[in-house]
Design a protein. Sequence first.
Length: 401
Amino acid sequence: MAETGANHKRYVQQLQKELEKFQQAPKYSLDSEEVFCTCRRPDNGELMVACDGCDEWFHFKCMGLDKRNKDLVRNFYCKFCDVLQRKGKSVWKKKCKVAACYKPIDGESQFCSTEHGEQYWREFLDRFGASAGTGAPLGIEHNSTELLSRQQAENLIQLLSTREELLAVGNTLPVFDKGPLQSTPSQETEMAANRAAVGALSEESENLKFKLGYLLKLKDILVHLNELLTVSMDPENQAMLDTDGTLGEGEEVAKLGEKKKKKSRTSKKVKKFRIDICGFDQRILNDEKTWAEFKNSSECEDMMRFENFTPEEKRLITEHYEALKGPAASTASCGSTILAKICTADKRKCHLHNGWYSMIKDGLELKIGENSAEVDKKVRDNEKLEKFIQIKNWKLYCNEE
């Protein structure tokens, strides 16, 4: 492994020197002809390909490419753009299935043309037709236990009416139905452990998704809360407050807006009054048992159904916030309002919970993604194991026959 790494390092260093030499080389010959490739020769008709990374032209031969693959280039990146600058990897079109043909396939077919498709299947049948001999054509060693007879191959093709059916042959393993499946205790234990892990991870992910939904709803509540407190606590708005301590609706709010517009046109620019509280909710970080109790509570249900504050809630929230920020803040109570459950410090000054929303949200999304990937892996592991058991049972059954 160390030797391989050292060899690669030497190759990269050599490539870097080649690139520097290539970049410093003249673009034109002494005869004022434009030169190309690492060999710096003019275009003399030799097969070349353009790099999609640097737009330079290179000879197939100089890049170590087989000229027979000239029609198969989809995207080409020279060794400098690939290894040194990591701009991309060369991509090749799929080759026609006929061995001697180097043309790309046509659409979703496996062949470049109908003619080559027919040719391939003729050779396919001829190969099985020779299965009775001592050797198979096309360089394939004959094995009577693995090859179909010509008649079996013809019967198979006649049973298939479309190309899609032919392509699907062998994609699905037939379910073993000749008796109960035989598996080892270790296989059963592994599959049971995988199923249990999938169940636990899925349950955890559902809880995390609910917590993420709660977090998003909390953000929506904070938007409404900050708007309410900004309007209610703004000294300029005190004259427009209703007797219940909240702003009126409709015409009153419209008058307030018009009043502010007029004042902004006549007065000097002043810092806009705004309340933006931290809003951190400690319950999000509770242990699983405590969080489960809150999740099933009517309080959580009410928060998840939140659309806007009622007039009574607005009045209480405003009063409690004034008490928190007033002279008796140390003994003030938030009652049963949402202010009792969250941090009411100024968001810009709350160093204790700085960036809490993004960190918790990113953490939840990351964990949900990791769980999903782990569930997929466990499911695939069981599918592979089940397939292995099916194959083994079929082999045992066929050997007994």
